[in-house]
Design a protein around this ligand. Structure first.
Ligand code: FAD
Length: 429
């Protein structure tokens, strides 16, 4: 029996990064960017375009965490239902936040074109699938509101047409956001890193930031790897990765939780025509739902929260077993299909599932994309470069308060209870 690789399929099929700096971080820069995921790399590229000198300090390898481990869905729309956002924040802000996610997909497309990155970007559409018959009326309502207020590019797929979209008996209609896209996050991220390095950003891998001190001149001394660097400004772009860091203020506001993925062997053309004829991004409507899509070489990427736990070698294998069962239940045709990769990563959730970006105590930051970061992290890297240059209008999240999560001191002890609560919600609704 084959043992699936524990490596992210995207990282396994991305080229190696060749633009990294040798030696420990040293000297002076205008901006130190902490974290070499999509946020940090996109910011580095934009900061260089503005003429700033930049060092990216990455604890491991570039895109080694969430940015190289995700589902590669580059979707329009907020994590929260748009109607719920209108109810909690008012129409104007809900529209602005939804549109920020639409803009973010455009940003990804523009960067790919400008930098000539070969990453199979495709506007494939995102189909939200009603996992229970009673979810469809809610989807109908969401569709009407979106179409009327904020996204003309949505379509409703009624239950009788859902089999034209997906070859499973588990679904009861769906909502299609036609301008959502997909890409190969590994090839995209390495392309972004190479572009930033080629434009003069100093990218240091294996350079975990362990200390941050104010310099007498008003900037920062950033201790990283075996060296340190002086920076006028610092951007914290550390996502939800479980790295030891001096960023406790952020850790008390984010919950880092595992999300898990399997990748099958390549499927044959007849199976694809039967199960995924339009090769879209798919998500299910459950609270603890699944997401899936095909890769450019015809594998099925199938993911989900599976368990409320962190991602590590043991946890990824356990979650992979749950995902394999879920995939086979949804698509009995795949009962004999081999699974080649099983992996996981950490998602940075905020309490309200909206991102946060701005400045705290002299440190700039962008994070908390809550599982919608493929487009938003890239967008926020670009926007934060402008924001740090003084254009406050560049930050769509500037007016969102960000209180600490009560009782959360950095380690999410409450995850099992939250997971149980979500499971109950799925049973009840
Ligand atoms: C399994 C999974 C599936 C997902 N699927 C999707 C999807 O389909 N669509 C979508 O929109 N979003 C998805 N996401 C979310 C998306 O991948 C993230 O929101 C996005 O990649 C975040 O990018 P980032 O650069 O902010 O963070 P990251 O990619 O996590 O990068 C942060 C970097 O900071 C580094 N770092 C941390 N601490 C330090 C330190 N002290 N010193 C130096 N470096 C440090 C880390 O090593 C890491 O490389 C998924 C996430 C996961 C885990």
């Amino acid at each position: 029996m084959n043992r699936p690789s524990p490596q992210s399929y995207w990282l396994a099929t991305a080229p190696a990064f060749t633009g990294g700096m040798a030696g420990d971080p040293h000297g002076q820069v205008d901006v130190a960017v902490i974290g070499g995921g999509f946020t940090g790399l996109s910011a580095a590229l934009a900061l260089r375009a503005q003429g700033a000198s930049v060092a990216v300090l990455e604890a491991g390898r570039v895109i080694g965490e969430a940015s190289g481990r995700n589902g590669g869905q580059c979707n329009n729309g907020t994590h929260q239902d748009y109607g719920a956002l209108v109810a909690s924040l008012g129409r104007d802000r809900a529209q602005a936040y939804y549109r920020a996610h639409v803009d973010a997909v455009d940003t990804v497309e523009r960067l790919i074109a400008d930098q000539g990155i070969d990453c199979s970007f495709r506007r494939c559409g995102r189909l939200k699938l009603a996992a229970k018959p009673e979810h469809y009326p809610k989807i109908e309502k969401a569709y009407a509101l979106l179409k009327a207020e904020v996204d003309p590019n949505v379509e409703l797929i009624p239950p009788e047409r859902i089999r034209d979209e997906v070859g499973s008996s588990e679904f009861h209609g769906g909502l299609l956001q036609t301008t959502s896209a997909q890409l190969h996050p590994g090839r995209f991220g390495i392309g972004l890193a190479e572009a930033a390095a080629a434009k003069g950003a100093r990218i240091h891998e294996n350079a975990a930031v362990t200390g941050l001190n104010r310099s007498p001149g008003g900037g920062w001394t950033v201790v990283a790897g075996g060296g340190s660097i002086e920076a006028k400004q610092v951007l914290v772009a550390t996502g939800g990765a479980p790295i030891q860091s001096p960023f406790r203020w952020f850790q008390r506001r984010l919950v880092a939780v595992g999300s898990f993925i399997i990748a099958t062997e390549p499927l044959d053309a007849a199976t694809i025509d039967r199960l995924f004829p339009k090769r879209r991004n798919y998500v299910t409507s459950r609270v603890i739902g699944n997401f899936f899509r095909l890769t450019p070489d015809d594998r099925l990427i199938f993911g989900g929260r599976a368990r409320f736990a962190i991602s590590n070698a043991k946890s990824d294998v356990k979650s992979g077993t749950i995902l394999i069962d879920a995939m086979r239940r949804m698509f009995p045709d795949l009962a004999q299909t081999r699974v080649d990769h099983v992996w996981g990563g950490m998602v940075d959730l905020t309490a309200d599932r909206l991102p946060r970006a701005g400045e705290h105590d002299g440190l700039f930051y962008a994070m908390g994309y809550s599982g919608h970061g493929v487009q938003m992290s890239v967008h926020m890297g670009q926007q934060m470069a402008r924001y740090m240059g003084g254009d406050l209008s560049a930050n769509p999240w500037v007016d969102l308060a960000w209180p600490a999560i009560p009782g959360h001191l950095g380690k999410p002890w409450f995850l099992p209870a939250v997971g149980m609560w979500y499971k109950i919600q799925d049973l009840l609704h």
